[in-house]
Design a protein around this ligand. Sequence first.
Ligand SMILES: [Zn+2]
Length: 152
Amino acid sequence: MVEMAQAHSPNEVGTSLVGCYSNNGFEASVLDLAPLSPDSKGSRTSFYRGVAGLKKFFTKLRQSFSGKRHYVGEWHSHPDAAPFPSQTDDGHQLAIAKDPNTACPECILIIIGHTLSNVDEIGVFVYSRKRGRISLAPVHQIKDTLDSPTSV
Ligand SMILES: [Zn+2]
């Protein structure tokens, strides 16, 4: 994510997140990124995450991992802003959580902000169909997590 964010700076960029859930449903692991859709469009202050090729990608993913890897959310960069969701981000992310076709009622949003290389500038949120936006962890805890071999 950081490499892609830096490569596209000063424009925003992002993709969907690939992951899995623990058996009890209380933990999500982000394991991979979906490819950047060619119809995505990023500017300095906005990002439209395209859809081209994603349906095929996720169908193949589900088949390859017997349904144990799937869509868990989105990430995008904020090259000149704090890693905090805009009103547009909130709207899009809640719409995804509420969309029955996406089947992701607890949808993750990761934002890579400001300097694009400093882990203090990573925001992690969950958008819950029932509870709205939840800030998953203070940024200093993310830094500690990234220092260990397991990821967020
Ligand atoms: Zn944003």
